[in-house]
Design a protein around this ligand. Sequence first.
Ligand code: DOR
Ligand code: ZN
Length: 399
Amino acid sequence: MKIRTWDNQTIDLPLPDTYSTKKNIVALPGLIDPHVHFRVPGAEEKEDWHTGSKAAIAGGYTTIFDMPNNTPPCVNKATLQEKTTRIEHMLREADSPLAYKLWIGATEENIQKIPELKHDIIGIKVFMGASTGTLLMDNPDMQEALFKMAGEHNIVIGAHAEDEAELQKGKKGFPGTTDVHDHSKIRDRSAAVKAVSHAIVFAKTYHTTLYILHVSTKEEVEIIRKAKQEGVTVYAEVTPHHLFLSEQDYNTLGTKAQMNPPLRTAEDQQALWQGIVDGTIDTIGTDHAPHTLEQKALPYGQAPSGVPGIETALPLMLDAYHKGKITLERIIDIMHTNSTKIFSYIPEKTWTIVDLDLIKTVRDQDMFTKSRWSPFAGRELKGWPIGVVINNIYYPSHT
Ligand code: DOR
Ligand code: ZN
């Protein structure tokens, strides 16, 4: 069937004939999600690669980069190999065409060992502040050694940039709190701002390619904008939840709106959108971080941080396109093209097929993620993926 591409070409793709009468079917380049947590090994009750890969395809993604905060964490050759074997097995069982790469986690022990794994990884994830899992590198000397090594070997560092000392200080101010509203105060913006500033200094000194994960505040956007102007090789990611949710949403979502870094204000949100428009923000990473509803139902303090997001990111962005907040071209930059450049990732020729006119409401029961919920449930969105094309085979989003 002849399909219009996002840049007004026409291509022949193997879609079902039922779509031939629909006017607003468009083929985009296959989307890349540089930031997911598919939970293998160690937390398969939250997600595995059967459900995760289905969720990815349903969301219009053909490639994902998976994070290392597993149990055990993915930090060396043995854990990388073991994780890869499990993933390959699950993808084969699921008959999934999803392409993937793995991040390795930085530890105080593995810095000098990482270069030999360079070709097996997409980058190094460093937790400058603690989040889900045990990975943490808060010692500035170690951080510096890591940036130096990565600069010398031309490996991308993906930084979870929240300063651990600031986080600890924040926690002390709210002993024993069970009020989720305190989450954004405990993990105050100062933690993010401080860590991003430090990371940029290291990147500048050692010519490291720095990819800042989940930028959430207007101050970070400003710091990154300035660093880019000065020629630092720094790139910035934003998540759908920081773009489409704010601190207000604790009122209705409770701990379902708890993630790290936390939700911020409407003003921060505006700055993130401005960063997307002016090129300060380079990518959307979903930070798809599923936890079960039972785990999320625990009181604040015990509930884990993180939200699923890979199935709703594209519809949220297409809906924003209809509302005039972003162009289709920019959506493709930040959900495909920029990731190929930042990570020197050469994807297979794949397509994400969207129906720009399709209006649907997000519902928990429609989610393929094993966690089966979405913080965006109840939102009516216009513009949805209907499938992907990989190796000239059509994989529908919903079967
Ligand atoms: O909210 C989060 N969840 N932030 C992280 O840094 C980790 C993630 C997870 O793995 O659950
Ligand atoms: Zn993450």
